[in-house]
Design a protein around this ligand. Structure first.
Ligand SMILES: Cc1cc2nc3c(=O)[nH]c(=O)nc-3n(C[C@H](O)[C@H](O)[C@H](O)COP(=O)(O)O)c2cc1C
Length: 171
């Protein structure tokens, strides 16, 4: 009952990388959101959910809302994985846009992710191309495209896990 479980939802591998790093650093179990049953959740005293950010929403966070009764007796936290550079303001905005009032006291962390336009599927690719185009037209001060400039970016870094590791260690 003392083990921790990291549940993740990851479309292009960003949140998955962080879940795997957490596993190798702490020995916690990890599982994709769709594999996690109520019976499995009951085995753990600590559950962390991690999901990618899409148009400001943390993918799969409904997992925490749906299982709130089961999670209420456990140490629970959330991490989001997005392309935007990390800042206090970003964390505040993501929390405001995604957390219910019941989740307000839940620890929340942010890790910078990655994207590869070549691996993206139809609509996602179209959206990113549109963002790149809008940035190119409107924001000449940034190096053309801002966060989503170029076809491939990878900002994943173990340093983002420091606060998550502290949480897992109970600090
Ligand atoms: C259609 C689309 C929308 C996105 N919207 C955001 C966003 O609003 N904010 C952000 O920081 N990153 C955004 N991203 C970048 C993803 O959050 C980033 O690629 C992250 O690593 C995805 O995590 P995952 O691969 O685990 O799903 C978006 C990516 C796509 C394809």
């Amino acid at each position: 009952m003392s083990k921790a479980l990291v549940v993740y939802q990851s479309k292009y591998g960003g949140a998955k990388v962080y879940a795997e790093w957490l596993k190798s650093k702490t020995g916690c179990d990890i599982a994709e959101r769709r594999e996690v049953t109520e019976a499995k959740l009951r085995e753990y005293s600590c559950v962390i959910f991690g999901g990618g950010v899409y148009a400001g929403r943390i993918a799969g966070l409904s997992f925490v809302k749906k299982n709130s009764a089961l999670l209420s007796g456990k140490r629970t936290a959330v991490f989001a994985v997005g392309a935007t550079e990390s800042s206090e303001e970003l964390l505040k905005n993501l929390r405001n846009a995604n957390f219910t009032s019941e989740m307000s006291g839940m620890p929340f962390f942010y890790c910078r992710g990655k994207f590869d336009l070549q691996k993206m599927k139809g609509l996602d690719k179209m959206i990113i191309r549109m963002v790149q185009k809008a940035k190119n037209n409107n924001d000449a001060s940034e190096n053309g495209g801002g966060t989503f400039a170029g076809d491939v970016s990878d900002w994943t870094d173990e340093k983002y896990l420091e606060p998550v590791l502290k949480f897992l260690a109970g600090i």
